[in-house]
Design a protein around this ligand. Structure first.
Ligand code: BGC
Length: 726
């Protein structure tokens, strides 16, 4: 439909019909359409009438081709103007075929596989009737106490932006109308939800606008520039005003400055929560603030439907705002082709054929392999020796809790636990698996574990957090492994056997009590449906680990936030001068993290040459060529992620000690030398100045190239040209 026809449709709608388009409700409301019992339940609590349900614009978290077909058909029978219902859901890391959690996916540094994961997720969801996914979540994160770090790709604005784009492309493709096996993407949570004070869920976010623009906004911006059809407002405050009622943020920055003309949706109940925040006296004022801020859809609370009519009548709300919001929602429905095909991709036969198809499982397997990060490997414990007898011990030895939070439609029964996958690979008699509790190891479990360890050549501990220990509402102040698991580590260690650990968890952990004790540590995160097979293949050496951390692992909670792109101070700590008192340091802990951003080992070794610069100068017209030779000096083929960082030595505003600017993944055979080549432009040296202008500072720069953000080779160059504004 062209815009004129959509406008004409808006004209024909009654005020009630328009406002109902702005209401989003959970699927249960529609499922029970003819079910009077249900209608007297939650609907009554929310004070939502049957008329509003019948006319509401969108539903969330309902899926299944048959269900959605039934609900859509019933809905349309009652809809005077034939405006179809939109179905949205959280398809965050896969629909039925579950991919590794986003934090793990980030560690692959593999944008093609990430895009493919979104394409697969879109396909499965679209044939199951969905239209919109509440993804990608692109919040930058620096605090592993926060449970939702598992949904993010990590602490770096540049890498997060690349993943944001890849995910939007994967979900949406290039033609939402023609390709009904894609989904519209809703980037979230706008803005800076990933910076809650103390890592406590839903807590205050307060930062300078410069900090916000420099680090937190780039990934949302990238998703919007890539064409994300929706944006979700976050729960938190931004500069004192909750995002859902933040006019400067939404009408000003998102729509005005960035030109976003898609649909803006609240988070769950976040309009009404303006009251709890202390930013509105009541639902009426909450509705006023949210609509004035430019929020189109209210998820799960009824402030709009209850109060917009009176607010319009009183002249507090311009009816034009409502018309604009409705038009945006109708445009989204049109963009998805719903006016012509209200059932869109929903197709029970396709659903049967595609969900968990071998092709989809293969994609999930590949990403799971590439997401795992080898954190330590001493004495060549991994890969497991071909003839070794292995004891697999711990809560994850046979657990299928490997999908991770936000795998709403995924089913654990479809995931093969590590123990079964490893048994297949090691062959009969070589594996003894001894599972135990996650928070409590009974005396019998401990005895069995120690007996198995004694008669094995190598012990593999399968440890971690339960999936519900990360995700929404799962902040923790102590991010060590549960005490019972650390005790298990200690007892097994006493046996003196080679000991490797595999970790299943949704956040960087404080690895005290494990990292020093184990000879090898493989971080598997929550690897998804094919995680068991992927981890087993890595353990036996059929595949070679290549993942790199995208979030630093702290030495202790007291260091948090600890991230690679920190600033210097006026009194920086000098390594080797621990005795200096009046420097920026802790008395009881080093400044640097245990494992830095970009870190990850391989079963082979890589040797770096010196970075070669095409010039010692860069200017607006002349980019800088940088190359580095990397040799695979080990005995296995492997992938090295060659990372390029810069430091702006002196800026108007102080700059991070290192900033990732580019990377190349090199696949190298044993003995092979490859060359990573980069082209650095002046534009990549720009940043937000104190007046918020985005410009570069002529002068000295350092450049670092290496396999992680800490162990690098260095060079220098100068940016020549006009000084910028300051
Ligand atoms: C979460 C969102 C999610 C929404 C809908 C909220 O609690 O913060 O990320 O999209 O629920 O399920």
């Amino acid at each position: 439909m062209d815009e004129q026809r959509l406008l004409a449709l808006v004209d024909r709608m009654t005020p009630e019909e328009k406002i109902a388009q702005l209401q989003q409700l959970i699927g249960a409301f529609y499922e029970g359409f003819h079910d009077v019992e249900l209608l007297t339940g939650p609907m009554e609590e929310l004070g939502i009438s049957q008329e509003v349900v019948r006319a509401s614009g969108s539903a969330l978290n309902l899926s299944g081709a048959e269900t959605i077909t039934r609900v859509q058909q019933a809905y349309l029978e009652n809809n005077r103007l034939g405006i179809p219902l939109l179905f949205m859901a959280d398809v965050v890391h896969g629909f039925k075929t579950i991919f590794p959690i986003p934090l793990a996916m980030g560690c692959s540094w593999n944008l093609e596989l990430a895009e493919e994961s979104a394409r697969v997720a879109a396909r499965e969801s679209a044939v199951s009737g969905l239209h919109v996914t509440f993804a990608p979540m692109v919040d930058l994160v620096r605090d592993p106490r926060w449970g939702r770090v598992m949904e993010s790709t990590g602490e770096d604005p540049y890498l997060n932006a690349l993943f944001a784009r890849a995910m939007v492309r994967g979900y949406q493709g290039s033609d939402l109308k023609g390709d009904t096996e894609r989904l519209a993407a809703c980037v979230k949570h706008f803005a800076a939800y990933g910076a809650p004070e103390g890592g406590r869920e839903y807590n205050t976010v307060d930062m300078s606008e410069r900090n916000l623009r420099e680090y937190y906004l780039p990934a949302y911006r990238a998703a919007v520039d890539e064409g994300a059809a929706l944006v979700m407002a976050s729960f938190n405050t931004v500069d004192g005003i909750p995002a859902s009622g933040n006019e400067k943020l939404m009408r000003g920055l998102l729509r005005g400055e960035w030109g976003f003309d898609g649909v803006l949706i609240s988070d769950w109940a976040s309009v009404r929560e303006l009251v709890a925040h202390g930013a509105a006296e009541d639902d009426r004022e909450a509705a006023l603030r949210a609509i004035r801020a430019g929020l189109d859809i209210e998820m799960m609370t009824p402030c709009y439907v209850h109060h917009l009519p009176e607010l319009i009548e009183q002249g507090a709300v311009d009816p034009k705002w409502i018309d604009e919001a409705v038009l945006r929602i109708l445009k989204l429905k049109d963009k998805l082709g719903l006016f012509e095909k209200p059932l869109r991709g929903a197709d029970p036969a396709r659903e049967k054929e595609l969900l968990l198809s071998p092709e989809h499982r293969r994609a999930a397997y590949e990403l799971a392999v590439e997401s795992c990060v080898l954190l330590k490997n001493e004495g060549g414990v991994l890969p497991l020796a071909p003839e070794a007898k292995v004891a697999l011990i711990g809560p994850y030895a046979e657990s299928d809790d490997i999908l991770g939070w936000w795998s709403c439609n995924g089913e654990r029964k479809d995931a093969q636990p590590l123990g079964a996958a490893l048994a297949e690979r090691l062959g009969a008699g070589r594996l003894t698996a001894v599972p135990c509790g996650l928070d409590r190891v009974t005396a019998a479990e401990l005895d069995a574990a120690l007996a198995a360890a004694r008669s094995a050549d190598t012990v593999v501990l399968a440890l971690g957090e339960a999936s519900e220990m990360s995700g929404e509402g799962a902040a923790r102040t102590d991010i060590r492994l549960p005490a019972a698991q650390l005790e298990l580590v200690r007892r097994v260690k006493e046996l003196g056997k080679p000991m490797a650990a595999v970790l299943f968890n949704g956040r960087p952990l404080d690895l005290s009590g494990l990292y020093e004790e184990a000879d090898a540590v493989l971080e598997a995160w929550f690897p998804g449906t094919e995680g068991g097979a992927a981890v087993a293949d890595l353990l036996v050496g059929r595949r070679n680990p290549s993942g790199r951390l995208t979030m630093s692992f702290p030495r202790a909670v007291g260091q948090i936030p600890v991230h690679y792109n920190q600033f210097s101070t006026g009194r920086p700590f000098q390594p080797g001068r621990e005795g200096d008192r009046y420097v920026s340091k802790y008395l009881d802990c080093p400044n640097d993290p245990l494992l830095p951003f970009g870190f990850g080992l391989s079963y082979t070794d890589f040797r770096y040459g010196e970075p070669v610069l095409g010039s010692d100068r860069i200017s607006r017209d002349e980019p800088l060529r940088v190359s580095v030779e990397v040799a695979n000096t080990g005995r296995r083929a492997g992938v090295e992620t060659v990372q390029l960082y810069i430091r702006d030595v002196a800026g108007e505003v102080v700059r991070p000690l290192r900033e990732l600017k580019a990377y190349v993944r090199l696949a190298l055979e044993p003995g092979e030398t490859g060359k990573a080549e980069f082209l650095l432009t002046e534009e990549q040296l720009r940043y937000h100045h104190s007046d918020l202008s985005f410009a570069s500072d002529p002068g000295a720069f350092r450049l670092y190239v290496g396999g992680n953000s800490r162990d690098t080779r260095e060079a220098a160059f100068t940016l020549v040209g006009q000084a910028s504004a300051f």
